[in-house]
Design a protein around this ligand. Structure first.
Ligand SMILES: *Cc1c(COP(=O)(O)O)cnc(C)c1O
Length: 499
């Protein structure tokens, strides 16, 4: 299996190269040249397997330059039973009727990013051994909250790696901030920036492609890579759980093998939902992928009209991991849907970067709409949804999951399409205790500090508090750097002690 770039499809690299490098030299994203096909018989066979074996079955097709031993080392290390609070790793739970929830937050940082970022360090170190000649890999991360912590936890003390995380100073929840600033490990650093996630992401991308910085690193036998979902190694582990939830839906008797399901995804950078698209293309019987946004609804507008326009107000919401106006992975979808038209993708991305917007043809948006539906939830919708779902079904959603649940309910009302459906749940409610407790109490926010808020939410709802969050209380804050976005590259040098 070889990979090419969305902006230059004459490029051919191995999986190891794509993962170690993170982003293609001309700024495009790596994509597989072709997709492996799974028959329904093969998917039925996977229903009898553990999560680890399901993962190996899918990943084997994409990582053809990894040996069977390497694959086993990576996957078995990532999804070790003691790192996840559910033996199923990513359990599917029936809420009522055809409404099911795929819980992707049982990993060590309590958000779905763990599903990929527990595996990525293994993939990265094996890939670097194959392609990067003993260089130390410097992982630069821009985070809207959850990627930062999940990447820090995945890469901490991993030999031959360093990791630097930048987060928007006012753009993350108190729990997310504490998770990052208390991070342990000898190869980690964390810095807040005065700006929002898009500022952080753009600055990281420009540091990546800055040749002067690259040379300085090369002299020290270091190279940059990315743990954001622009890295193929972040996306490929996410394809697995769409196979896995389908298998579980069959095992639970919710569907018979071959029957179609809908998937609903709370979306920010378009990585998670794109993994669902790949799963569909590979043979998982998925009818519609429903893209759920919060008030930063740039994707809803694009999927409804074919015009992507980021020139709009940016809102800081209660679902901060989705506060994004530049959804990087849409580039990969445009590449596939346009029939691998790298020239078109390059010109759309140039216009996004120059004017902040682009429009696609009626043909392209028509093809996209045959697979994707879209909607968004306001802040009031999120609060109401958390409360009604808890009161009616005794199921406690976090703020991101609530966005998806609301958009799904609207979709069913508008279309009548109520076939068996899986809604991705992307974070533990305890990562956003203040918002979730306020919602459950019908709009009253108690005057409590973060950890008392956690206790109160536990008392009010009975939902279990994840151990990794409870244990943060006794941890020391190690990082309190703040910098301006213009100074990020200076900060990188200083954190790497190269200045
Ligand atoms: C990252 C994140 C999302 C958005 O996922 P994308 O792959 O960026 O679309 C949604 N919910 C939570 C809790 C997240 O951490």
């Amino acid at each position: 299996m070889l990979y090419t770039s969305t902006r230059d499809n004459s490029i051919r690299v191995s999986a190891a190269q794509a993962i170690a490098q993170g982003i293609s030299e001309e700024g495009g994203l790596f994509v597989p040249c072709e997709l492996p096909a799974f028959s329904i018989e093969k998917i039925k066979e996977m229903a009898g397997m553990s999560y680890i074996d399901r993962a190996k079955t899918v990943l084997r097709e994409f990582l053809t330059d990894f040996t069977e031993d390497e694959l086993d080392y990576c996957v078995s290390g990532a999804y070790r039973a003691d790192k996840f609070s559910s033996p199923a790793i990513a359990p599917t739970v029936n809420v009522c009727g055809n409404k099911n929830i795929l819980e992707l937050w049982h990993g060590p940082t309590c958000a779905f990013k763990d599903m990929a970022l527990q595996l990525l360090p293994y993939l990265m170190t094996v890939s670097a051994k194959k392609t990067a000649e003993g260089k130390t890999i410097v992982i630069l991360v821009a985070t809207s909250g959850d990627t930062g912590k999940a990447a820090l936890e995945g890469f901490k003390d991993v030999d031959k790696t360093k990791i630097l995380v930048f987060y928007p100073v006012d753009g993350v929840s108190p729990m997310q901030k504490l998770q990052m600033t208390t991070q342990e490990g000898g190869n980690v650093a964390v810095c807040a920036i005065n700006g929002n996630f898009d500022d952080a992401q753009s600055a990281v991308k420009s540091i990546f492609t800055n040749t002067e910085i690259k040379h300085t690193l090369a002299e020290k036998n270091m190279m940059f890579s990315s743990a954001n979902s622009i890295n193929w190694g972040r996306l490929v582990p996410q394809i697995v759980y769409y196979f896995s939830t389908y298998c579980d839906m069959v095992n639970m008797g919710n569907i018979t093998a071959g029957e179609e399901i809908n998937i609903v995804v709370p979306t920010g950078n378009f990585g998670n939902i794109l993994a669902g698209y790949y799963a569909k293309k590979m043979g998982v019987p998925i009818k519609k992928l429903i893209c759920a946004s919060n008030s930063n609804n740039v994707l809803t507008d694009f999927l409804k009209t074919g015009t992507y326009d980021r020139n709009r107000d940016f809102y800081t919401t209660t679902s901060p991991s989705m506060d994004i106006l530049i959804s990087s992975n849409l580039e990969r979808l445009l590449y596939h849907i346009s029939g691998e038209d790298a020239q078109l993708v390059s010109s759309l991305m140039a216009s996004l970067s120059d004017e902040g917007k682009y429009s696609v043809s009626a043909d392209i948006i028509g093809k996209i709409q045959s697979v994707f539906d879209a909607g968004f939830a306001s802040e009031a919708d999120v609060m109401n949804t958390i409360k009604t779902h808890f009161d009616k079904y005794n199921y406690l959603c976090d703020t991101h999951t609530a966005v998806a649940v609301k958009v799904y309910d609207d979709y069913v009302s508008a279309t009548g399409d109520d076939i068996p459906t899986v809604i991705d749940s992307t974070a533990s409610p305890y990562k956003f205790s203040k918002s979730v407790l306020t919602a459950v109490l019908g709009g009253k926010t108690p005057e409590l500090d973060e950890f008392d808020m956690v206790d109160e939410l536990n008392k009010t709802t009975g939902a279990e508090v994840p151990t990794p969050l409870a244990s943060l209380k006794s941890k020391r804050v190690r990082f309190n750097n703040v910098c301006n976005k213009e100074d990020m590259s200076k900060m990188v040098f200083s954190l790497l002690k190269l200045d």
